[in-house]
Ligand binder design. Structure first.
Ligand SMILES: [Zn+2]
Ligand SMILES: [Zn+2]
Length: 324
């Protein structure tokens, strides 16, 4: 059974319960809420598919998702989506390493504005209308290092780009330290450098997640020693992903978080088709079998972990309440 719109379960509860708050009535009982902690909604929005994609995500049991920024081009869209779908869509702002070039500082300088809940200029104008404060990002990300997509035919250029990636990542880590916000790390072919740079930044490792973790058990042990997390995509369902499964087991169910990274990395049995948040259900079902627990238990644990890590406990009504 699917869980439909938030609040549906309230209709089916036994007897009236006039004292329960709205937040307590949402997603109780047999609902199996999941949170996709890493998706990219931009391509769906561009093609006008967002309403059906979000509807399918709800029908697949998703309680929430985090749409992850990659560049200045998607940040305003994601903030708007988080406002329109408060509590269901959250967002993060970051510079994906594959988009980092010589102009990265210009782009990066816009990031901090997303944490300013109030407009930069708020003169007490008599004509001012009350505009709800824009939602704050749930995290900084994605940021990190990616060796895989560096140019293969121009070694000097590759070295230069990788240096820009390092500079941009260092700037991101410094901002995350200042904000004490969660950080979503993209690491491909650069695990060692990412760990070293995070160590050097002095940020709280408990707020760091390496998304789409595709290293092995030794690497996840390094994250765990520091208090960090790895989160898992549909890659974990792939036949040749034994090391990834071993890493997930080594980290343990009690620290597990899952994601789609849609529209990429579609889980089995839809591998080959474009991914979307609804397909996270397949990754969740696979992980439930991997850990030998029920889907409900898997969902309860991963959802609690995601809420704790990203601070998603707020109800839609309180999302824009200033945090202390
Ligand atoms: Zn990534
Ligand atoms: Zn991503």
């Amino acid at each position: 059974m699917h869980c439909g719109e938030p609040g549906d379960e309230a209709i089916h509860q036994d007897g009236p319960d006039p004292f329960s708050s709205i937040s307590e009535r949402v997603f109780t009982g047999s609902a199996m809420p999941l949170i996709d902690i890493h998706t990219h909604l931009e391509s769906f929005a561009r093609r006008g598919e967002l309403p059906v994609v979000l509807q399918r995500a709800r029908e697949a049991g998703l309680e929430a998702m985090i749409t992850i920024g990659t560049d200045t081009g998607d940040w305003p869209l994601y903030r708007d989506l988080a406002r329109e779908h408060a509590g269901f869509v959250h967002y993060a702002v970051g510079l994906h390493p594959c988009g980092v070039d010589e102009d990265w500082e210009k782009s990066f300088s816009q990031i901090e504005g997303y944490w300013q809940a109030a407009p930069a200029f708020s003169p007490a104008s008599p004509t001012a209308v009350r505009i709800p404060a824009p939602p704050l990002p749930a995290a900084l990300g994605e940021v990190g290092l990616d060796r895989f997509h560096l140019p293969k035919d121009d070694a000097a250029r590759a070295v230069q780009i990788f240096q820009w990636q390092r500079d941009a990542f260092a700037a991101g880590l410094a901002l995350a330290k200042q904000r004490n916000c969660p950080v979503v790390v993209h690491s491909r072919g650069a695990f060692r450098e990412c760990v070293e740079m995070i160590d050097a930044s002095g940020i709280n490792w408990a707020r760091v997640v390496f998304h789409c973790f595709t290293e092995g058990p030794d690497e996840i042990a390094e994250l765990m020693r520091r208090g960090g997390f790895g989160s898992f995509t549909g890659v974990i369902t792939y036949k040749n992903a034994d090391a990834v499964r071993a890493a997930a087991k080594a980290q343990g169910l009690e620290r597990l978080m899952i994601e789609t990274d849609a529209p990429y990395l579609t889980p089995m049995p839809h591998r080959g088709k474009p991914n979307e948040p609804a397909y996270m259900r397949h990754t969740a079902e696979y992980c439930a079998r991997l850990f030998g627990v029920s889907l409900d238990e898997l969902a309860a644990i991963t959802t609690a972990n995601a809420k704790r890590f990203f601070g998603l406990g707020e109800t839609p009504d309180t999302l824009n309440t200033p945090k202390h």
